[in-house]
Design a protein around this ligand. Sequence first.
Ligand code: SDX
Length: 436
Amino acid sequence: MPEDTLTIIDNRTGKQYQLPIMYGTYPNYGSAIHTIDLRQIKASDGDFGLLSYDPGLSNTASCKSAITFVDGERGILRYRGYLIQELATKSNFLEVSYLLLHGRLPTQTELDEWIWHITHHTIVHENIKKFMEGFRYDAHPMGILVSTVAALSTFYPEARNITDPEVRKRQIYRLIAKMPTLAAFAYRHSVGLPYTYPDNDLSYAGNFLNMMFKTVESKYILHPLLERTLEVLFILHADHEQNCSTTTMRNAGSSHPDPYVSVAAAAASLFGPLHGGANEQVLRMLSEIKSKDRVPEYLKRVKAGEFRLMGFGHRIYKNYDPRANILKDMTAQVLEVTGKNVLFDIALELERIALEDEYFIKHKLYPNVDFYSGILYKAMGFPVEMFPVLFAIPRTAGWLAQWLEMLGDTEQKIIRPRQVYVGADTRNYIEIKNRK
Ligand code: SDX
């Protein structure tokens, strides 16, 4: 009996089936069967065959990927094999985005060329400002971002030619380069400030801070710690294997539209409070708790199922999210500069009590990337509404890397899952006068 197989006995028929088991890099973390092999298992000749039923796809590998590896049990996160802790300490966002998209770290020449292209695509068509003007002053910047990145699709019709590598490359430059510009414009519109144009002398993170916060000074002066903090935040948020929004990117991309509308779909998915919208909810939650001594009472309500502890829990991490650890340390450093923040004290107390509490231990609920990121963003002067936008900017590099990988994967095709139908059997139409 070949050992790398699964033997299934269908007790309805007594038949035996052998299904080959496939492995990835780590045989003990990601072995799988080809679900299509279940279809041969039939209860009778007319039987369609077995499907696998997996709401939320919590135990379904939708693809093979070499981009990001997450070991949720041990709290490990690696981009293309490099530990997130190393990249956060030694790299910068544009180098990490090159790594995600190309599969290896760039040489100095490659990095210089990469940075040159991104830097020279930061400007958006002036008509985009007309879109922005159409939004109410209090429009959520994520709604503006989703709409305007989709609208970019209409400025680059060549982008629909997704089979051309050179065309794909140009759209990737444009999307990575323009997301910060669109994000900053959305913010400036919401506060009634004039748009600040990109400053090509600045780093990717520095230029975003410039477009966000520059007012009447001739040159925006960056605080080195805040610039580095934003670089690290962008690195930590760049990719995270098959999360909800990345799955949306692959799903939308699988019917071969241009990458702008696929990124817009992914950003829409990221906006949800269970996903990238969580850091905004964390800040609202911490503000609602108001003080450390009210934490036990709040946790009691969480355990009673009244609401979820935002920024806690994860589909994959059943241990501490390594990104949360990095952000926690960074928050302490940044608050030294920007000034103490009671929300951080509340967050630390929440984490301390929760990690000792039976409910959270039993449910394996630990702080995730969103638990501390919001406090950092707030300390850096970003309004709460900008938090999911700050997630979408760096995650665009991850979405595009996953999109490219999908297009190059000969096993991938348009995503069209099956269902287990539980609705009505055939029935005849009844005239309305005869309906009860
Ligand atoms: C991100 O997937 C990614 O990689 C995402 C992300 C990325 O980089 O792309 O890491 C970014 O989205 C981080 C997650 C941000 N979301 C939140 O912080 C929102 C709060 N957390 C959750 O709602 C929840 O933990 C999820 C959505 C993140 C994960 O949910 P799962 O895996 O579907 O787990 P579940 O909803 O089935 O919950 C399992 C149990 C339930 O209890 P029972 O019904 O079994 O008794 O755990 C409980 C839940 O009620 N639970 C929580 C909880 N999260 C889960 N209880 C209280 N507080 C929470 N936060």
